[in-house]
Design a protein around this ligand. Structure first.
Ligand SMILES: [Zn+2]
Length: 403
């Protein structure tokens, strides 16, 4: 029942607040770099890789995550990282996206001769180069392209994840797995704050990614406190595979400004804590708190459909309930390659399957800009957001979607 044309959706200024660098490469780049580096792939053709690795449907979250073992292997030096970041900006800008927050887990890439600082610098270089090229060609009424970087710690990791984790696990062999996860996370957030303070790399946020079930956010309380105390914005992958309690922990233990996915926010069957007697009240209170504090949910429709077997119909996705409850949401891709999607595609899916009128779409888009972790002062952010809103309204008028 969508009445928004594809051209309109492409023309409006958009954001992607939740996009993983290592899940959003061009397939052609993956093949080219793997060939160059002599890294083995299950197939060296795009069709072949689409059949066996980057599929339409996945058996499980683990099946979905398999592709990352190939992408992270080729992202093992400065040139590759810079190239992947550079291309990501153009892929976004070419579909009308004006602002992205790119996230990735540096500890998956650290190896001998490729340090945390070098990784962050190369990603920032790639993003910045593309940003500057694009902005030098824009009309004065158009909002600039801009970006921020979100650093991810892993909810779960082991010695096979990367050279860094192998060494880390060896050095901390007398610690339990939980202690190792905590330590790695804390080390990362300290490195992140130091680098942000001594460079102009556009680091804006901290996140935890990876397997949720059995690896609670509470393992990362110390690192989120550290981020919080150092004015780093916080987002948490939560409620993707686990329920409302995980979202509750993200907010109360990790000071989350935004939530990644939040898919099972309303699912009382996924509440396991026996102390929560009135599950409906718990969900109601949590929902009201999130809505009132404008904690924004980064909704990733395609990705959720692909990794959640019980979610067979998009109309059953909790986005409908989020909108009914006036929660601030932003539509995001999660992984452009692994989910084979784009920002335009996510918006089209949302407007085709949920009751979203002109005003609501405008709100959703504007919230992407407003709730971004914009690098720069608040006054600069306000000016930028204003320009994006004015531009949106201008496009709206042009296409006769006046609100
Ligand atoms: Zn994600």
């Amino acid at each position: 029942m969508s009445h928004f044309s594809d051209e309109f959706i492409k023309a409006i200024p958009k954001t992607d607040l939740h996009v993983h660098l290592d899940g959003s490469l061009r397939l052609s780049t993956l093949i080219e770099l793997a060939t160059l580096k002599g890294i083995d792939l299950p197939s060296f053709s795009e069709d072949g890789l689409r059949k066996v690795v980057f599929k339409d449907k996945y058996d499980s979250l683990n099946d979905y995550l398999k592709g990352f073992s190939y992408t992270t292997q080729i992202m093992n030096d400065a040139l590759s990282m810079e190239r992947v970041a550079y291309e990501l900006v153009y892929d976004n800008f070419n579909e009308g996206v004006r602002y992205i927050e790119v996230r990735f887990a540096p500890q998956l890439h650290i190896r001998k001769g490729f340090s945390f600082e070098e990784i962050m610098t190369s990603v920032d270089n790639g993003l910045r180069k593309a940003q500057n090229e694009i902005n030098s060609h824009l009309n004065s009424d158009e909002p600039n392209f801009s970006y921020g970087i979100i650093v991810c710690a892993m909810r779960f990791c082991n010695e096979y994840f990367s050279e860094y984790y192998r060494d880390f696990f060896e050095i901390h062999k007398y610690s339990t797995i939980e202690e190792k996860i905590k330590l790695a996370s804390l080390e990362l957030v300290k490195a992140t704050v130091q680098l942000r303070d001594k460079t102009d790399i556009k680091i804006v946020g901290f996140d935890i990614a990876g397997s949720e079930y059995g690896y609670p956010a509470s393992n990362h309380t110390d690192s989120y406190n550290f981020a919080h105390n150092n004015f780093i914005h916080k987002t948490v992958h939560a409620g993707e595979a686990y329920g409302p309690e995980s979202i509750f922990l993200a907010i109360t233990k990790c000071h989350a400004d935004r939530i990644g996915h939040g898919l099972f926010l309303f699912d009382e069957n996924k509440i396991y804590d026996e102390n929560i007697k009135d599950k409906q009240k718990y969900i109601r209170d949590l929902t009201n708190y999130i809505a009132d504090r404008r904690i924004t949910i980064e909704v990733c429709l395609t990705s959720n459909l692909q990794t959640t077997p019980e979610l067979t119909d998009i109309k059953q996705h909790s986005l409908g309930k989020m909108l009914q409850n006036n929660i601030s949401i932003s539509l995001c891709t999660d992984n452009r390659l692994v989910s084979d999607t784009t920002v335009c595609n996510e918006i089209k899916l949302a407007v085709a399957n949920f009751n979203i009128n002109n005003d609501m779409l405008r709100n959703i888009i504007v919230y992407g800009f407003k709730r971004s972790f914009y690098y720069g002062s608040y006054s600069e952010k306000r000016k930028y957001v204003r320009k994006c809103i004015d531009y949106y309204d201008k496009i709206s008028k042009l296409y006769n979607y006046n609100t």
